[in-house]
Design a protein around this ligand. Sequence first.
Ligand SMILES: NC(=O)c1ccc[n+]([C@@H]2O[C@H](COP(=O)([O-])OP(=O)(O)OC[C@H]3O[C@@H](n4cnc5c(N)ncnc54)[C@H](O)[C@@H]3O)[C@@H](O)[C@H]2O)c1
Length: 254
Amino acid sequence: MEIIMSAKRFLGRKVLMTGAATGVGNVLMHQLLAEGAIVVAGDIESSIEKTASDAGCVGVVADISNAAGCRWLHEAATAHFGAPDVLISNAGFIVPKPILETSEEEWDQVMAVNAKALFLLSKLVIPGMLEGGRGSIVATASISGMVGLGSQAAYCAAKGAIVQLVRQLAVEYAANNIRVNAVGPGAIATPFLDRYIDAQPDPKAAEDAVRAAHPMNRWATPQEVGNAIAYLASDDASFVTGHILMVDGGYVAR
Ligand SMILES: NC(=O)c1ccc[n+]([C@@H]2O[C@H](COP(=O)([O-])OP(=O)(O)OC[C@H]3O[C@@H](n4cnc5c(N)ncnc54)[C@H](O)[C@@H]3O)[C@@H](O)[C@H]2O)c1
C-alpha cells in the first residue's frame, strides 16, 4: 500500500472511526496506525474485529444507523483509550434510485447511515473534546452532497445534510478548538462503487459514464481519499474548519 505522508502526525492521538472494514475506511485505518494513532474502528461487518486486530487496533461491530449502535461504539472506544481526540464518520450507504422508486424505509436508512450517524456520534464525542480543549471531526460527504445526481434521491439529500451539519458544527465549536470538516469524493474504486455500477441496467456503459464525468477521466483510489481525510484530521489543517475538501478529479469544478 502506498502511504505518501511520512510524518507521524497522529502520535498518541485517539481516533474513533466508522466504515473501516472495507474501502476508504480500511485504507485510512492502516494509514492512521502507521502515523502513530490509537484507533478504535467500527463497522457493521463482523470482519472488522479480525481486520482491525490484524492491523494493530480494536475493531467493534456496531450499526451506526441508530443511537444504541453509536453508543456501543463510543463506549468501546472510551473503555479502550478514554475520550476520542478525532472522530472520522466515514461509513456510508447508497440506494441508487430516483425518488419515485425510493421507499420510506430506504430513505430513512440512507439518511441514518450517512447523516444521522454524524449527528449521533458528534453528540457523543464533543463533550470529551470540550473537556480536552481540542478535537477534530471529519465526515465523508460526496459530490452527491454538492450537486444533484440522477437516481440518488436519498443519497444526495443525506450527503447534503452532512455538508451543512459540518458547517454548522464548525461554526458552533470553532472557539473551543474543535475543527469539523468533510471530504467530498467523486467515484472511488471500492466495493461501494462496484455495487453501484452493477446495479445499473448497463454496467459497462455506466462505468464509462462515471469515469468520463470526472474531468481527470478516472476515479479515485481509496488512498487518495484517505490522504485527504488524514490531512483534515491532523494538525496540518489546524486553521481549516467548516471546509468541504473535494477529492473528485475536478467533478464539481465544471
Ligand atoms: N465509492 C464511491 O464511489 C464513493 C463516492 C463518494 C462518496 N463515498 C463515500 O465514501 C465513504 C466510504 O465508502 P467506500 O467507498 O469506502 O465504500 P465501502 O462500501 O467499501 O465502505 C463503507 C463501509 O461502511 C460500512 N457500513 C455501511 N453501513 C453501516 C452501518 N449501518 N453501520 C456501520 N458501518 C456501516 C460498510 O460495512 C463498509 O465497510 C462512504 O461514506 C461513501 O458514501 C463513496
